[in-house]
Structures are given as structure tokens and as C-alpha cells.
Ligand binder design. Structure first.
Ligand code: NI
Length: 138
């Protein structure tokens, strides 16, 4: 059970007005919830920087006709079997495939696998999103 603590912050008026505008657009009901999310984002950023366990979603689009690419993609994932939780494949059209690879491990390891995949010839675009496994975040 965690304790809720109230705190006050001093902020430039213009900056606060801008913050309020942004969070209203995003749909926050109040500043507290928006600030809590910012703090959580900082915490996840620290987890990544400190090489803690994170979960990652790598999304990539690749050329289906590039020789050997499908085998290479599988090879990298098999090699990292302990960290690859799941992978989803979608045939976008005759030439392009979309794949989402879900991983869990130390941030440096997850990034390394993502880099190995994203630098393969025939991968057109991709992004890795790192987030928390949820423990320790309220
Ligand atoms: Ni495909």
C-alpha cells in the first residue's frame, strides 16, 4: 500500500498555461494525473538508462522478396529465444511484410536484438518502443 503525498510546485505562468492546454488536448481531467504520467515516464527512462529489465516492442516493415531476409529475421530471434516473447507477422501486400517482435530483458540486450534486426538489408523501417514490465510503478 503506498501513501499519497500532496506537493506544490512553482511554475512560470505562461509555462503552466501551456501545460494546461496540452493536457486538456490529451484528455487529462486534472494536472495531478498528467504529472503522475510524466514522472512514470521519467522512471521508465531511468530503467532503460540503468540497464534494468524492460519490455520492448519492435515494429518493422520489410521487403518480402529480399533473398534470405525471412531466414535471417528468424535466425536472430531464435538466437535470442529467452528474450523474444512473441512475434506477429502480417502480409501487408505482395511485397511488404509487417512484423512486431515482443521482447523482455535488460534494455541493452533488447536494444541489441532490435539493432541486429533493423540493420538487416531489406528492412525498410522500424522502431523499438521500450517500456516497463510494470513492477514498482504505481
Ligand atoms: Ni509476409
Amino acid at each position: 500500500m503506498s501513501t499519497l503525498i500532496r506537493t506544490g510546485i512553482s511554475l512560470d505562468r505562461e509555462l503552466l498555461l501551456r501545460f494546461d492546454r496540452i493536457i486538456r488536448k490529451k484528455g487529462y481531467k486534472n494536472r495531478s494525473e498528467a504529472i503522475r504520467d510524466l514522472v512514470r515516464d521519467y522512471a521508465v527512462g531511468e530503467d532503460v538508462e540503468e540497464d534494468r529489465t524492460v519490455v520492448g516492442a519492435l515494429t518493422l516493415v520489410y521487403d518480402h522478396h529480399r533473398p534470405k531476409l525471412s531466414e535471417q529475421l528468424l535466425e536472430v530471434q531464435h538466437h535470442a529465444h529467452a528474450m523474444v516473447l512473441a512475434a506477429t507477422h502480417v502480409h501487408l501486400d505482395h511485397h511488404n511484410c509487417l512484423e512486431v517482435v515482443l521482447m523482455k530483458g535488460r534494455s541493452s540486450q533488447v536494444r541489441h536484438i532490435a539493432d541486429q534486426i533493423l540493420t538487416l538489408r531489406g528492412v525498410k523501417h522500424g522502431k523499438l518502443v521500450l517500456t516497463t514490465e510494470g513492477k514498482g510503478l504505481r
